[in-house]
Write a protein that binds this ligand. Structure first.
Ligand SMILES: NC(=O)c1ccc[n+]([C@@H]2O[C@H](COP(=O)([O-])OP(=O)(O)OC[C@H]3O[C@@H](n4cnc5c(N)ncnc54)[C@H](OP(=O)(O)O)[C@@H]3O)[C@@H](O)[C@H]2O)c1
Length: 316
């Protein structure tokens, strides 16, 4: 690839509008894009919440208000839309399925419709929780893009419906990136992993974590990089899985992080999901296979960061 061609490609994807840009994923992804010389346009539907603490004024965009989306697209002329805004807490979605549908499905419908109208490449952040977690992944292999989404929980069902809205579009410039439990640097105003567990441990309170819930936790800069690699390779119209370096249960993951961060783990209350009364979002094992992503990123091969390397970077 010659330099002229490569900088042309870079320019094509230089101005990335992030919905949910002040969320845990959005904020970490924006910082990664800045480090790559790209320009994130951070949007939020609740500007007043952040002005004081974030030191950054996001632009207003409410995914449920098409006028605000259109105004944002006209004013900031993004070259890519990264749609990460969501009602993303599984337990809260279970309690308010109507709101979950509104934000996750209707909001996504609005975003993809306007991306199509303005002809802007569109990347949707989906989740490993589109699967019910009952596959025997050790016997049959991690979840691949060929597995049929079969979530039992409201959050997963709304993300499946959102994916379908995108896939049904005639507009072909979309990518669906299904990721796993995300981890990254602390975002002071957003709930993040593993910080919520670390904060509980430091407070001396018992910290309940499951030994029987397996994921492939994904480092947010790796997810952001996967998006750049796929865009550069023009891999539109497909679903890709983007998991992390290893399959691991929550207790072991937090223990590994705490070993690097020198946090005392004696308050971990390791238990199984059935031990917690009324825990309605039991999902056993949704480990994702990265095979397709690795096969399809040829311009710059995507790489996954080992957990300990990521932890050390997060603590810098
Ligand atoms: N965290 C994970 O482990 C994980 C794993 C797999 C996939 N995902 C997916 O990754 C994405 C980001 O997740 P996250 O953990 O960063 O969640 P988050 O911290 O809750 O961020 C989501 C953001 O969506 C925004 N939002 C909600 N309603 C909106 C609306 N009507 N209009 C515009 N923005 C709205 C909120 O920001 P404002 O209040 O500022 O508008 C919120 O900060 C989601 O799509 C989620 O499904 C997350």
């Amino acid at each position: 690839m010659n330099t002229e061609h490569s900088s042309h490609k870079q320019a094509l994807f230089s101005r990335i509008l992030i919905t949910g840009g002040m969320g845990f994923f959005g904020w970490n992804a924006a910082n990664h894009f800045r480090r790559q010389g790209l320009t994130p346009i951070i949007s939020s539907s609740s500007l007043a919440r952040y002005s004081a603490q974030a030191g950054e004024t996001p632009v207003y965009l409410n995914i449920l208000d098409r006028i605000s989306i259109e105004a944002c697209l006209r004013q900031y002329a993004p070259t890519v839309i990264l749609h990460a805004a969501a009602f993303s807490a599984p337990l809260a979605c279970e309690k308010d399925p109507a709101l979950a549908h509104e934000v996750n499905v209707v909001g996504t419908q609005n975003m993809i419709a306007l991306a199509a109208e303005f002809d802007i490449p569109f990347v949707f952040i989906s989740t490993d929780l589109v699967f019910n977690g009952e596959k025997d992944v050790l016997q049959s292999g991690f979840y691949t893009e060929a597995d049929t989404p079969d979530a039992d929980i409201v959050y997963g069902k709304t993300k499946i419906a959102a994916e379908r809205c995108i896939q049904e579009q005639v507009f072909g410039k979309w990518i669906i990136l299904r990721s796993a439990l995300m981890f990254g640097r602390r975002v002071e105003w957003a709930n993040g992993f593993p910080q919520f567990a670390v904060d509980l441990l430091k407070s001396g309170k018992p910290t309940t974590l499951f030994t029987d819930q397996f994921r492939t936790p994904a480092y947010i800069p790796d997810i952001a990089e996967a998006m750049i690699c796929l865009l550069r390779d023009g891999r539109f119209g497909e679903v890709y899985h983007c998991g992390g370096a290893e399959r691991i249960d929550r207790v072991s993951f937090v223990q590994r992080y705490c070993a690097v961060a020198s946090v005392d783990i004696s308050n971990i209350n390791a238990c199984i999901m059935d031990d917690v009364p009324n825990y309605t979002t039991k999902v056993r094992d949704v480990s994702l296979s990265n095979e397709k992503l690795l096969r399809n990123t040829t311009y710059i091969s995507w790489q996954v960061t080992p957990f300990e390397t990521a932890f050390r970077e997060m603590l810098l």
